[in-house]
Write a new protein. Structure first.
Length: 388
């Protein structure tokens, strides 16, 4: 049995502008997840670690960051675990690539001919790991946007250099209507035609897997989640390749290495009650590892006075980060309207017509703004005090 650990999209050094004061803490969490990945590889005594792109978030990481990464890679090399890396779209293998600026094997104290730490490039598209009876194929370009599919015309069926053939790509499996404009795109048909035993993928931050023909493919996902849409992130994959009963079998096991969780909550404004009630309700989700994204929607009662920034401040020390957005809309006027031949009546009717037109056309934000204007006009016409 051949055992691999597959990871990708570590994005070490990411700036995380959306996390505010917690950005630095999240960068440390990402490095901790990378270290946990190395710990897992050592504990499981895998044969090789595959990093399918975007180990670094950019091609200009500080040297200290590179040295921290190399120290972890050295731990694997010292345990005779091979590591194979391919550049991604953030650490793309262009003229300014981090992999050109730094010789990772040399920094790790390894000889030039080492097979324990390798970066596959257009000039070195594969490596034969003879002790493992394995060829690893890196389908890489020297530009961020690929000039063609990385699997165009690629087929290992006649390659007899080893029993096992594993591919590595940082890009998108083609999904009509969704991935056409991605930098690197390939199709399920091309995956099947490659005849690879396993295809280790990066670029999608949520763990996913599938099969095309006889080739098993998987996205490991980001080992530490970095955005709200990554509900299947935080994992690495343990992959076993085995010849059994006359056939080849690939099994995949997910392992959690990340800490941060992201959760979206949508609340109907009609059921919020009050700002203190909202704070109490959200506090029930308190978790120092949770990034909570709250969106208040629906029609807002007149007596609901909600200031999202105040809610965020009250809850800040109970979450890794909390964000509250008020996307609710003011209710349309109820009861009899002023006569249409009055200024007030004409104004209300005009605004109601604009709301209906915007909603029918799907211009939701415009409709919300007009509702707010109508709500304010109604309060003023009723002689009620309005805080501006």
């Amino acid at each position: 049995m051949l055992r691999l650990l597959h990871t990708a999209d570590v994005h070490l050094g990411a700036r995380h502008a959306d996390l505010g004061e917690q950005a630095a803490a999240q960068r440390e969490r990402q490095f901790a997840a990378f270290r946990a990945t190395v710990d897992l590889a050592l504990a499981e005594k895998v044969d090789a670690v595959l990093v399918a792109g975007d180990l670094f978030d950019s091609n200009t990481p500080p040297r200290r960051s590179v040295e921290r990464v190399v120290a972890e890679l050295r731990r694997l090399a010292e345990a005779a675990i091979r590591t194979v890396i391919v550049p991604g779209t953030h650490d793309v293998y262009d003229g300014a690539s981090v992999y050109r600026a730094y010789d990772l094997p040399a920094l790790a104290g390894l000889p030039a001919d080492t097979d324990r730490l390798l970066v596959l490039t257009p000039e070195r598209p594969d490596v034969v790991l003879a002790p493992l009876d394995l060829v690893v194929h890196g389908r890489v370009f020297a530009t961020k946007r690929a000039p063609r599919s990385p699997l165009a015309g690629f087929d290992v069926a006649a390659d007899e250099r080893a029993t096992w053939h594993v591919g590595m790509i940082h890009g998108s499996l083609s999904i009509p209507g969704r991935t056409e404009h991605d930098e690197v795109v390939f199709t399920a048909e091309e995956v099947a035609a490659s005849h690879l035993d396993y295809l280790a993928l990066g670029h999608w931050h949520s763990t996913q897997r599938g099969q095309a023909g006889a080739t098993v493919w998987a996205y490991s996902g980001a080992p530490e989640p970095v955005a709200l849409d990554q509900d299947r992130a935080g994992n690495v994959l343990l992959v076993a390749l085995e010849e059994r009963n006359g056939g080849r079998h690939v099994t995949i096991e997910e392992r959690r290495v990340g800490r941060t969780r992201f959760e979206r909550v949508e609340l109907d404004a009609a059921g919020v009650g009050s700002q203190p009630a909202l704070v109490e309700r959200l506090a029930a989700h308190a978790d120092p590892d949770l990034v909570l994204d709250v969106r208040v929607i629906g029609l807002r009662p007149d007596d609901l006075d909600l200031v999202p920034e105040e809610v965020e401040r009250e809850l800040a020390d109970r979450f890794f980060r909390v964000r509250v957005r008020d996307a609710s809309a003011a209710a349309l006027p109820e009861g009899p309207l002023p006569p249409p031949d009055t200024i007030a009546g004409a104004l209300v009717r005009d605004l109601q017509a604009e709301v209906a037109g915007a909603e029918e056309a799907g211009r939701d934000e415009e409709a919300r703004e007009i509702r707010e204007a109508l709500h304010l006009a109604r309060l003023l016409l009723e002689g009620r005090e309005v805080a501006l």
